[in-house]
Design a protein around this ligand. Structure first.
Ligand SMILES: Nc1nc2c(ncn2[C@@H]2O[C@H](COP(=O)(O)OP(=O)(O)OP(=O)(O)O)[C@@H](O)[C@H]2O)c(=O)[nH]1
Length: 358
């Protein structure tokens, strides 16, 4: 960000300066907009106060390995009332995939999807070698081997002079890709770790301490990059602002500064508290071979997301849930986000949206 270099200390890529905690700019005020006087006026419980602000940074660099293993909780949604979902999953098509080396040394494959319900570029960030997209690997009429490699439908690695998308002579274990084979991972494969992430420009790019979206994205990438991790997928859905879009989210922020909580602000703008859907995520996971009995381990605290991701006919099965604990809570306040705003944000998630964060 060249324009900012004069005003800020020199930054590592993707990182942001370590601002001191801001004064309580979002101090709650009495207002006719305040639909929740008691909660909004009372001080936040100490457990919600997170005393240090760590802005979003490059995946995998920000979060210390506090727990050695990944703690997960078994999930059984069969007895739950199914949420209202569309009868049919959308159609998705992975149009291109590319290798992304990251500054931590971990590599991931970014998959870009098109679909038949919106014209947004939803993404799947794939960690590990076993997960492949069926729609990407499927042959396209008339395409050459170079065409296939350019759109990422190759096995192994690309290198100068490579001519076949299916066989890499420089790879120690070259193998053919049968384009008709299932893309599910091989034997010994345990359920992949999955995060369904909704876009948050403010939290992931603009260093906002109003929410922990950037921290959650970093943490998901870190967990999927651990040497002990097998396969992982971050499905990155373009449903900014819980589906209301960035412009409306910014209006909601102004309402929050006027005293509303995150749910009230959405409602005052005549949006649902949460306008998101997860059919695209389900369809993308199926395309990536994450359907069926093997199930997935889902990184979330959001009870609605768990069942919604499974799809109308439980095409994807959430076997375990891995809680996303705010970094400030896990680290005893040494790391993580510190702001008055995030206290209100987490309080509304727990109190009003039923998030499973104790
Ligand atoms: N409308 C609105 N959206 C917000 C606000 N803060 C963050 N978001 C959006 O919320 C979405 C992230 O959702 P989260 O609630 O963190 O995640 P979740 O999917 O509900 O739950 P977890 O899986 O447990 O993290 C992103 O689309 C953000 O842009 C806000 O104050 N208002």
């Amino acid at each position: 960000m060249p324009g900012l270099t004069g005003a800020m200390p020199e930054l590592p890529s993707h990182a942001s300066p370590n601002y001191p905690p801001r004064p309580s700019s979002a101090r709650r005020v009495s207002s006719e907009l305040d639909l929740n006087h008691v909660e909004a006026q009372s001080p936040p419980p100490p457990i919600l106060v997170s005393p240090a602000f760590t802005p979003p940074s490059t995946p995998g660099t920000a979060t210390p390995p506090i727990h050695k293993g990944i703690r997960s909780i078994p999930v059984d949604t069969t007895s739950q009332k199914p949420p209202k979902l569309l009868d049919q999953l959308p159609q998705v098509d992975c149009v291109v995939r590319a290798r992304i080396p990251t500054v931590t040394g971990a590599e991931m494959f970014l998959h870009l999807y098109q679909n038949n319900v919106d014209n947004k570029e939803h993404l799947a960030i794939v960690f590990g070698p076993n997960i492949r997209s069926k729609s990407l690997d499927a042959p396209r009429p008339g395409e050459t081997e170079l065409d296939r490699m350019i759109r990422g439908a190759y096995t192994g690695r690309l290198h100068p002079g490579r001519t076949s998308s299916r066989v890499d002579p420089q790879s120690s274990s070259p193998h053919n890709t049968s384009t008709t084979q299932s893309s599910t991972a091989g034997p010994g494969h345990s359920s992949p770790l999955v995060r369904i992430h909704s876009e948050c420009y403010t939290g992931e790019t603009a260093w906002s301490a109003r929410c922990d979206c950037g921290e959650q994205l970093d943490e998901a990438a870190r967990l999927m990059s651990l040497p002990s991790s097998q396969d992982g997928v971050i499905v990155y859905l373009r449903q900014e602002g819980r589906g209301i879009g960035l412009g409306e989210k910014l209006k909601a922020y102004n309402l929050q500064d006027l005293g509303s909580d995150t749910v009230e602000a959405n409602l005052l703008l005549r949006h649902p508290a949460d306008a998101r859907s997860y059919g695209l995520a389900t369809a993308m996971l199926l395309d990536l071979g994450c359907g069926g009995d093997a199930g997935i381990r889902l990184l979330t605290n959001n009870p609605d997301k768990v069942r919604a991701v499974e799809g109308p006919n439980r095409e994807v099965i959430v076997k375990e849930r891995v809680p996303m604990i705010p970094l400030a809570w896990k680290s005893g306040g040494k790391r993580g986000i510190h702001s008055v705003e995030i206290e209100g944000y987490l309080r509304a998630k727990i109190g009003k949206m039923g998030h499973m964060l104790e």
